[in-house]
Design a protein around this ligand. Structure first.
Ligand code: HSE
Length: 305
């Protein structure tokens, strides 16, 4: 095989209370990445979109992730990467993770699968480090494994695949920019024990709710008392979107990753559509451009197409 094309899904990270430890792959949107072997050494990057992302492989998330994989194999030939990003960079639904994960999965397939999924997450983390200045895998791991995952420990990459009941996820992406590095820099370095107890009770409740198809427990647990109060101030209309979505029957939600996208989960498709209308109404009134998605959990991560 000389070339391969994959689709690499958007992901929801944190899921409110699970800052840096929970993430979920989504059916839409997704990037398309083609990887072509070449005899000459080096990585060439081409874009089929207009986001103006770097062409220098050392400055490009996909380039850095692929180089990490090539170094591990001592691979001497090169690759051409053709990227069509459909997940807007900086949207908060794992755009950088999709670039990094897609390319390492594609390379692994082209080279006869020398690596397992956990090793691929490690290579892709080099790309995520370039993007956000920190090593977290809550977008990368679901992007590669699919479904809902828990990263119990980021150092050792102890990744646990979890179940979910059927869920409809409504996302609104206001066209404003929030850099992950900034959204991380404003977080408290220490938290009161009282808040920590509430937060870890909610993480446990959320996971139990997902495992037991208990929509009521998911709804009661999908709450964030530590990160959301700080970051939500960066997102106009946050409270109104959340309140109106809950009133429309959504189970709950909040900031997608480090924002600015917001997500709400619903048991029924009809509720998810109503939530999309409520969200759109809030942003129409605010006069801020936006894009919405109604999607579902993707059971697979990066897939060959
Ligand atoms: N867990 C990360 C954060 C996801 O919230 O900062 C963003 O990449």
């Amino acid at each position: 095989m000389q070339s391969i094309k994959v689709k690499s899904p958007a992901t929801l990270s944190n899921l409110c209370c699970g800052f840096d430890i929970l993430g979920m792959a989504l059916q839409a949107p997704y990037d398309e990445i083609e990887l072509i072997k070449k005899e000459e050494p080096g990585i060439i990057i081409k874009h089929k979109d207009n986001y103006g992302l770097p062409l220098d492989p050392l400055q490009n998330i996909s380039g850095v992730a692929l180089q990490a994989l090539m170094n591990a194999l001592d691979y001497k030939n090169g690759f051409e990467i053709v990227i069509e990003k459909k997940i807007k960079p900086g949207s908060g639904v794992g755009s950088s993770a999709a670039s990094a994960a897609g390319v390492v999965v594609a390379a692994n397939e082209l080279l006869g699968k020398p690596f397992d999924k956990k090793q691929l997450v490690e290579f892709a983390m080099e790309g995520e480090l370039l993007a956000s200045g920190s090593r977290h895998a809550d977008n990368l791991a679901p992007c590669i494994y699919g479904g809902l995952v828990l990263i119990r420990d980021t150092q050792t990459l102890d990744i646990i695949e979890l179940k979910t009941p059927p869920l409809f996820i409504t996302i609104i992406h206001p066209q404003i920019e929030i850099k992950t590095s900034y959204a991380r820099s404003i977080l408290p370095k220490e938290i009161p024990l009282k808040l920590a107890v509430i937060q870890w009770a909610n993480v446990a409740g959320l996971i139990a709710g997902f495992q037991n198809n208990d929509y009521g427990l998911i709804s009661r647990s999908i709450t964030d008392v530590i990160v959301e109060p700080v970051r939500s101030k960066l997102i106009p209309g946050f409270d109104e979107v959340k309140n109106r979505s809950l009133a429309a029957g959504s189970l709950g939600g909040g900031i997608s990753g480090s924002g600015p996208s917001l997500f709400m989960m619903s048991e029924l498709h009809s509720t998810a559509i109503q939530v999309e209308k409520e969200m759109s109404d809030v942003y129409n009134k605010l006069g801020i451009e936006y894009k919405t998605y109604v999607t579902e959990v993707a059971s697979n991560g990066v897939e060959v197409i």
